[in-house]
Design a protein around this ligand. Structure first.
Ligand code: PEP
Length: 252
């Protein structure tokens, strides 16, 4: 039985004081809810503050980052390493978000290096895959997603791949208010599971959690959650308001 996982990607929003308020307010609304992994991924600069709040109020949420470099240290101006994330008790890291691929030139090879590095530092990678509108219109959704999964997981061994979370995020659905239909998302999630079976085996594939991401809201989350291969959501806009994020967690 795969545990549901809801992860909030705050993107480049909120200052540390706003982050602290959001986490406390969300916790007030979801305290006592069991059976869902709740992850918050603030901007790097908010991570120390969020860590303090989680500890001070014994808040049962996981702390995530939105990106990381694959090296532990070195001459990489502006980057953050897995060791730095671990220092603050970060447990999850979003890797290969489409905004990183699109605006910062992140390639499948970089995604793969980051996934391998995250796993070797005992961080849970949330590896994002998904097609653009043009790729979808041209009928290439499946090829694109399969290639991204295979390349992203290159040389990831069977004994650790179970810890990877894969987020299927069609780019055209991110931040647009136009979510994929639950049936279409399920079709791709099921395809991802087939690919995982091919690379590893069926048991391993069955254990890996697959999220849907792209305009998830309190209105549509139940549709996604009722699909057999969708185990949670990666959420942008609806994760930076305590009321909507708490509702998503509750419905999941
Ligand atoms: C995201 O940032 O990964 C995302 C899915 O954003 P939104 O929920 O706003 O579409």
């Amino acid at each position: 039985m795969r545990k549901k996982i809801i992860a909030g990607n705050w993107k480049m929003n909120l200052t540390p004081d706003q982050a602290s308020t959001l986490v406390r307010e969300t916790w007030e609304e979801i305290q006592g809810i069991d059976g869902v992994d709740v992850v918050v991924c603030p901007p790097f600069i908010c991570i120390p503050t969020v860590r303090e709040i989680l500890d001070e109020y014994s808040i049962n949420m996981h702390l995530g980052a939105q990106n990381m470099h694959w090296e532990e240290s070195g001459a990489y101006t502006g980057e953050i390493s897995p060791v730095m994330l671990k220092f603050y008790g970060v447990s999850h890291v979003i890797i290969g978000h489409s905004e990183r691929r699109q605006y910062f030139g992140e390639t499948d090879q970089a995604v793969n290096r980051k996934v391998l590095s995250a796993l070797s530092h005992d961080l849970t990678p949330i590896m994002c895959v998904g097609e653009s509108l043009k790729e979808r219109d041209d009928g290439h959704t499946k090829d694109v997603v399969v290639a991204q999964v295979k390349r992203g997981l290159f040389e990831v061994m069977k004994d650790v791949v179970r810890r990877v979370v894969i987020a299927y995020e069609p780019i055209w659905a991110i931040g647009t208010g136009k979510a994929a239909s639950a049936e279409d998302a399920q079709e791709v999630a099921s395809l991802i599971r087939e690919v995982l079976s091919e690379i590893y085996d069926e048991d391993t594939s069955r254990e890996i959690r697959i999220q849907y991401g792209g305009s998830v809201s309190p209105e549509n989350i139940s549709d996604f959650m009722s699909m057999p291969d969708i185990d949670g959501a990666l959420v942008g806009g609806a994760s930076i308001k305590s009321e909507s994020y708490a509702t998503l967690v509750r419905l999941a």
